[in-house]
Design a protein around this ligand. Structure first.
Ligand code: RB5
Length: 146
């Protein structure tokens, strides 16, 4: 599985930790930046990761900013992206099971490292349930195309 990861400066430290965690678990990771704690604009990184997922180059994305809010709002502007801002393992599991989220977002200033690992594990190890949830996702696509 190929995973694209990115953050702004507010998510940088958490990105570095989660990147190493995923590499150790054997995932193929590409880091789309940023590469330091120097102040940058989160939409730039949201766009890079979201487009790389949306065009099929990567299976899933992981994005962080200070709160996870701005970067998730920006990622969701890219067609085909369902970016979910999650704060615990349960919301991360449901983001995959019910929403088939293709990007998970977290806040580097709001989410601790152990919680972030739990979020990632739940997200990556859960499966989309389909059925009525697929019908609902297709309605999101209809909104996108209307
Ligand atoms: C940057 O200071 C901060 O606004 C950003 O990381 C994020 O929290 C925005 O939603």
């Amino acid at each position: 599985m190929k995973i694209a990861i990115g953050s702004d400066h507010g998510g940088f430290k958490l990105k570095e930790v989660i990147k190493e965690y995923l590499i150790k678990k054997g995932y193929e990771i590409s880091d789309f930046g940023c590469y330091s704690e120097e102040s940058v604009d989160y939409p730039d990184y949201a766009e890079r990761v979201a487009k790389a997922v949306s065009n099929g180059e990567y299976d899933l994305g992981v994005l962080m900013c200070g709160t996870g809010i701005g970067i998730s709002i920006a990622a969701n502007k890219v067609k085909g992206i369902r970016a979910a801002l999650c704060h615990d393992g349960l919301t991360a599991r449901l983001a995959k099971q019910h929403n088939n989220a293709n990007i998970i977002c977290m806040g580097g200033r709001t989410t601790g490292i152990e919680t972030a690992k739990d979020i990632i594990d739940n997200f990556l190890e859960s499966k989309f349930e389909g059925g009525r949830h697929l019908r609902r996702i297709n309605k999101i696509k209809d909104i996108e195309n209307s």
